[in-house]
Write a protein that binds this ligand. Structure first.
Ligand code: ASP
Length: 308
């Protein structure tokens, strides 16, 4: 049997057990499990890595606990602007959307950009026009609303600060969801989707839709999906850096991710983490924050769902 594997994340940050009720933890774990199962069953049935990451991220976007799709954070004007990207490690095909509103599943739109737009990265109104033209499901603003995100926004509304998901001194967590996969044909893929930062303004776009920063996949090295302080992931080209360290320095996935997460991002206040899979199906899930919602499952029978 050919090896295949899938890893997912639902954001990183100061996720502390003492702030988590048992019920809430169960809901997060159930959300991760559901996404993992949907993606893994595609791989198990011989499906492609791209289809697996697309399905896994769509599940997480539809779950309002996570800051992507439904449940996305609020901008400074009370809207939801979402970013997403997807990459196929087999041919370096990629699709991305930035600052899109109303689109139920931004990751599906990113996939459509990759397949049918002739471009890689569409932004704002143009991306929404493309979505309409392609017959995408558009939702009213209140579909994306959640009390939890609204309360987060109320705390910083009118100020100049923007917050990464809930970013208070005692409870700091980055939202964003992502998936990486290796399929039985040896193809790698990565996908990432986010609502970005609470109270963001001026059409701010983070690392999530930027190929090489928040998302990267190349069959000969790895597939990577990131979550964290997007400005620092942008400046360090974090996802591509892992691939480059493997390609040019011959590092293992685990060592390359450690180098980027601990020695490059952390000293620049790039709090967060990333998930990766290499061409052998090895998974690595690393973060420099207190926790990261994460899970993986491999065809050798190993799997884990973890938060702290
Ligand atoms: N990286 C995302 C951004 O900066 C946020 C996150 O991962 O929570 O938009």
């Amino acid at each position: 049997m050919q090896t295949f594997s899938l890893a997912i994340h639902g954001g990183a940050g100061t996720i502390l057990k003492k702030h988590m009720t048992a019920d809430k933890e169960n809901l997060y774990r159930a959300g991760l499990k559901q996404s993992l199962e949907v993606g893994y069953s595609i791989l198990k049935n011989g499906g492609s890595a791209i289809d697996a990451v697309l399905a896994a991220v769509t599940e997480l976007e539809n779950n309002e606990l996570f800051n992507a799709g439904k449940g996305s954070v609020f901008t400074n004007t009370g809207t939801h602007e979402m970013d997403a990207s997807i990459m196929d490690g087999g041919n370096l095909g990629a699709g991305a959307v930035g600052a899109v509103r109303s689109v139920k599943n931004p990751i599906q739109l990113a996939h459509q950009v990759m397949m049918h737009s002739g471009h890689v990265f569409l932004g704002g109104e143009g991306a929404i026009d493309f979505a309409r033209q392609q017959g995408f499901e558009m939702m009213p603003d209140d579909y994306f609303y959640s009390d939890f995100r609204y309360d987060q926004w109320q705390k910083v509304k009118g100020s100049d600060t923007f917050h990464l998901d809930h970013d208070t001194p005692d409870d700091k967590k980055f939202g964003t969801v992502g998936a990486v996969a290796l399929d039985a044909s040896g193809n790698l893929a990565a996908a990432t989707s986010t609502g970005g930062m609470t109270n963001k303004k001026f059409g701010r776009i983070g690392d999530t839709p930027v190929i090489g920063s928040g998302t990267y996949a190349k069959n000969s090295t790895c597939a990577i999906s990131c979550t964290g302080n997007g400005e620092v992931f942008l400046r360090t080209v974090a996802a591509y850096d892992v691939s480059a360290l493997m390609e040019y320095r011959g590092m293992t996935l685990n060592d390359a991710m450690h180098e980027v997460v601990m020695n490059k991002l952390k000293p620049m206040d790039g709090d967060g983490g990333m998930i990766g899979i290499d061409s052998l199906g090895n998974c690595s899930l690393q973060f420099n924050s207190a926790g990261m919602y994460r899970a993986y499952r491999k065809s050798d029978g190993t799997s884990e769902i973890a938060i702290f």
